[in-house]
Design a protein around this ligand. Structure first.
Ligand code: CTP
Length: 399
């Protein structure tokens, strides 16, 4: 899929990036990254490590960033102008590109012996690392251990990619391409809440009313939004799926719990309601397990569940700027989706045709995106591709 037009997605977010350039052949790509970010209106304040300065000159970096390059922890002039603590907080986001094995090791262990590592230790801002190194160094258990530690600490990673490397070897270790790094910060600083999966409405302590939703589409959307840098809360009904990387998952069972958890995740810039919420719940849940008996089957009285999508769409000052709903239709998809858009008060409806047996629980989806501006038909594609496309659209809308 083609990348979103650069500049459209990230411009307008008035982001400021603190870019740490580590030492490695790939450091030259940090220049291209700086150029792309500036073109998109993002402020770039560079820190160049001593090793980084062996590969790119402070002059090139400074010219492209249109800012001063910070290099020395003990520089009298730099410290008097802006102390390293202040520097670490002067941006909305810290990007490390290339992140060397050494920088990762220092950050994973809290070492602070130069300006880059001290800044990483002192910052209270989100950190995105784009590693680049020799394949053996990347695969070394020490680096993999540091990667895990940093991920557990909340550091996000993009790449490394696979391919031929400057050292003549082949494998994972190549720096992610600059446009991909730009894309990974499109939603930085944005909060999104996603509902996914089925709900399970208790009948008695052992029985529930539920549905066949697998949660795959909602999980893929949460993951795709996180890949663009959003802070994602995934409010999930019961599923067997692992939480996507970088997503905060909140487990719920019932529609009422899902509504509460969703409201608790506000304020958010966008909400995407993908969950297949049970329309009804049992009015009086039986406290003890129902037994077969001479009275025959029990009669269940159902009451309507709250509508999470409609509630979020109408939530006044707390309303997310963009509220997206899903619709599962078997016929008159477009007309039904338009009616649903109006009825629920949301901004977009993603309508899927569930008449085809391959959609529910499957890995593919074909959708119609219905907005107030019109209807867009997306051909059948992997749910992960639909998710990525929707996430990019959301990034554009929030820019
Ligand atoms: N939804 C919700 N809370 C509910 C019911 C639905 O948030 N209690 C959301 C779903 O997550 C989805 C959209 O509303 O985004 C689906 O609307 P719904 O009215 O349930 O549509 P369908 O399931 O397609 O059913 P119907 O056509 O019968 O209305």
């Amino acid at each position: 899929m083609s990348r979103i037009e650069l500049g459209k997605g990230i411009a307008g977010l008035s982001k400021r990036v603190l870019l740490i350039v580590g030492g490695g052949v790939a450091a030259y790509k940090a220049l291209e990254l700086t150029r792309l970010l500036r073109k998109a209106g993002v402020g770039v304040r560079p820190i160049l490590t001593r090793a980084g300065a062996q590969f790119v000159t402070p002059l090139s970096l400074s010219a492209l960033a249109e800012d001063k390059v910070y290099q020395d922890l003990f520089s009298l002039t730099d410290e008097s102008e802006m102390g390293h603590i202040e520097l670490s907080r002067s941006a909305d986001l810290v990007v490390v590109a290339p992140a060397t094995a050494d920088l990762m090791a220092k950050a994973a262990n809290g070492l602070a012996d130069d300006l880059a590592s001290t800044t990483l230790l002192a910052t209270d801002k989100p950190v995105l690392m784009a590693p680049a190194m020799n394949v053996r160094m990347w695969l070394n258990p020490a680096t993999q251990r540091n990667l895990k530690t940093l991920q557990d600490d909340g550091v996000r990673f993009i790449g490394p990619g696979e391919g031929p490397m400057a050292c003549g070897e082949f494998g994972p270790g190549r720096l992610a391409e600059p446009p991909a790094i730009c894309e990974a910060i499109m939603l930085a600083g944005k909060r999104v809440v996603v509902t996914a999966g089925p709900t399970a409405e208790p009948i008695d302590p052992v029985r529930v009313l539920t549905n066949r939703s697998s949660g795959k589409q909602g999980y893929a959307i949460a993951g795709a939004l996180a890949e663009l840098g959003a802070e994602v809360t995934l409010v999930s009904g019961p599923t067997a799926l692992p939480a996507p990387i970088g997503v905060k998952r909140v487990w719920v069972e019932t529609a009422v719990d899902m509504l509460e958890a969703t409201k608790a995740a506000l304020p958010a810039d966008a909400a995407v309601c993908v969950a297949a919420v049970a329309d009804w719940r049992v009015d009086q849940v039986f406290g003890l397990k129902l037994k077969k008996g001479k009275d025959g089957p029990p009669t269940l009285t159902l009451v309507e569940n709250p509508d999470i999508l409609a509630t979020l769409s109408a939530s006044g000052p707390a309303r997310p700027k963009l509220v997206v709903g899903f619709a599962a239709e078997t016929d008159n998809i477009e007309a039904n989706a338009k009616a649903k858009l109006a009825r629920k008060g949301c901004d977009w409806i993603v309508a899927n045709d569930v008449a085809d047996a391959w959609v529910m629980g499957g890995d593919e989806n074909a959708v119609l995106l219905v907005t107030k501006a019109g209807v867009d038909r997306w051909e059948r594609a992997a749910k992960t591709d639909v998710a990525r496309r929707l996430a990019l659209k959301i990034a554009e809308a929030l820019a």
